[in-house]
Design a protein around this ligand. Structure first.
Ligand SMILES: Nc1ncnc2c1ncn2[C@@H]1O[C@H](COP(=O)(O)OP(=O)(O)OP(=O)(O)O)[C@@H](O)[C@H]1O
Length: 451
């Protein structure tokens, strides 16, 4: 029997095109273009829904939530021109199996539809959401938000990995805020900031007199997070003895306060983060493999900012707005050339660095325009953090390569550094390199740096 698809979108041309495509694929398609009308009968008859978020006066997300509340369990694919983290996480949190950003290729939709049918076994993806002003509509962030949505709908231990400043804590908060535990607290511990001897007391709590200075009975972070989420940041930095204790706790969520003999039972969801390479640490024996497997029931790799170029402009706009509010600056915009340079900067400190740089620039901006970005001098010294990292990565992955390959890596790093230093001005870049504009364009394109 043919599968029935219901398309809900107020864009008549798009609905027509989708109907044609899906019918050619062998599906039976019905459509709703005026979502104010009662849609339940049409939903009832469908095996899969394709829903736009912005339906004029109505919201596809509200509709999805309402349908779920009424017990409609069909798979839903969300299509939207506004794939913001909030929208993506909310959609996946409420059981959308995919979110496609408009404009999309017809094949992408057909692919998503085809994938949805074999998976009507109750294992469809649910993802998590965040209540923070989280920027990120790049394809890479879309994937992160989808997995965060999945995480928010279950209790699996989550491991967030990514370079410093990419937003691991932000995503941890998102997972918590969109989960059923949102009414309880998310309690964070920065494992690298606590002396080894105090980690256990901090996490499990202690009885009066359990150690010198333990003046009164004190609950630990696990108890503080009861019913909510425990966020263990910098998990790669915990010492071996503590790894064993944490593993024991994760096995059945029971623990003793230090100096007590009464076993306590916890109900917390554990989310961890690290910028270290745990795989490597497991291989060299500095991180227990059993703990690693336990912590990484769901792993979310958050890409560095340089792999989320589409997000840089909205992030800068957000930070300008924040600088205006928090520091009393009066910045209206960033100069177009400066923005271009920012979009190809290496950003080793990721979003944290971007935010600091924008705040500093906002303080010294004149005429309401950011006309330069004061990149960190430490990082400038490293101008070529990029070069070192590229070479290391290259040598790691590829072994020793040919001189030509290495030259390519240096060329890419040189172009990126030059574009940054010259604020993305191609005329100056051509002069500096003594090459034509066309050659510059080709070289930039070849290295994925075209702007
Ligand atoms: N998607 C985002 N949108 C807006 N701001 C963000 C986003 N992601 C991160 N930030 C901001 O960037 C800064 C760094 O984020 P966060 O602390 O979550 O990074 P992290 O990966 O946990 O860093 P570290 O590895 O150093 O612990 C914070 O000020 C945070 O608010």
């Amino acid at each position: 029997m043919k599968q029935r698809i219901l398309v809900i979108d107020d864009n008549i041309e798009l609905v027509y095109a989708l109907r044609r495509t899906l019918e050619q694929e062998g599906y039976l398609v019905s459509t709703v273009t005026e979502p104010t009308a009662s849609i339940e009968p049409a939903v009832e008859a469908a095996d899969l829904l394709i829903v736009d978020i912005n339906l004029g006066k109505a919201s596809g997300l509200d509709m999805l939530i309402a349908l779920r509340e009424q017990g409609y369990e069909q798979p839903v694919i969300i299509i939207t021109a506004h794939a913001t983290p909030h929208n993506v996480i909310t959609a996946t949190r409420h059981g959308a199996i995919d979110v496609l950003q408009k404009p999309f290729e017809v094949e992408q939709l057909v692919d998503a539809v085809n994938r949805s049918f074999p998976s009507t076994d109750g294992n469809s993806l649910n993802l998590a959401v965040d209540g923070q002003p989280v920027i990120g509509t790049s394809p890479n962030m879309l994937e992160v938000c989808k997995t965060a949505g999945l995480a928010s709908s279950n209790n699996l231990n989550v491991l967030l990995v990514g370079e410093t400043g990419v937003g691991k804590e932000v995503i941890a908060k998102a997972i918590h805020q969109y989960s059923d535990r949102a009414k309880q607290r998310m309690v964070a511990i920065n494992c690298s900031a606590i002396p080894e001897s105090l980690l256990e007391a901090e996490l499990f709590g202690y009885a009066r007199g359990a150690f010198t200075g333990a003046a009164r009975e004190t609950p630990g972070k696990i108890e503080a997070a009861e019913g909510g989420t425990l966020f263990l940041d910098e998990i790669g930095d915990i010492p071996a003895p503590f790894q064993a204790k944490l593993l024991r706790f994760l096995e059945d969520q029971t623990f003793y306060r230090l100096g007590e003999t009464h076993l306590k039972q916890a109900d917390v969801r554990v989310v961890c983060a690290t910028n270290r390479n745990l795989d490597e640490m497991v291989s060299n024996g500095s991180f227990r493999d059993d703990l690693y497997f336990r912590l990484s029931q769901l792993t979310i790799a958050i890409p560095p900012v340089r792999e989320r170029k589409e997000d840089i402009k909205p992030l800068i706009e957000l930070f300008i707005h924040q600088a205006n509010n928090e520091l009393g600056c009066r910045v209206h915009r960033i100069d177009a050339e400066v923005l271009k340079a920012a979009q190809i900067h290496h950003w080793p400190g990721n979003i944290r660095e971007l935010k600091n740089v924008v705040f500093r620039a906002a303080l010294s901006a004149s005429n309401g325009v950011l006309s330069t970005l004061p990149y960190n001098s430490a990082q400038q010294a490293n101008a070529n953090a990029g070069i070192k990292e590229c070479v290391d990565r290259y040598l790691e992955k590829e072994g020793t390569g040919s001189a030509t390959q290495l030259a390519q890596i240096f060329e890419a790093a040189l172009l990126a550094a030059l574009a940054r230093d010259l604020n993305g001005n191609k005329t100056y870049m051509c002069e500096a390199l003594n090459i034509s504009r066309n050659t510059l364009k080709v070289r930039l394109k070849e290295h994925g740096l075209d702007f």
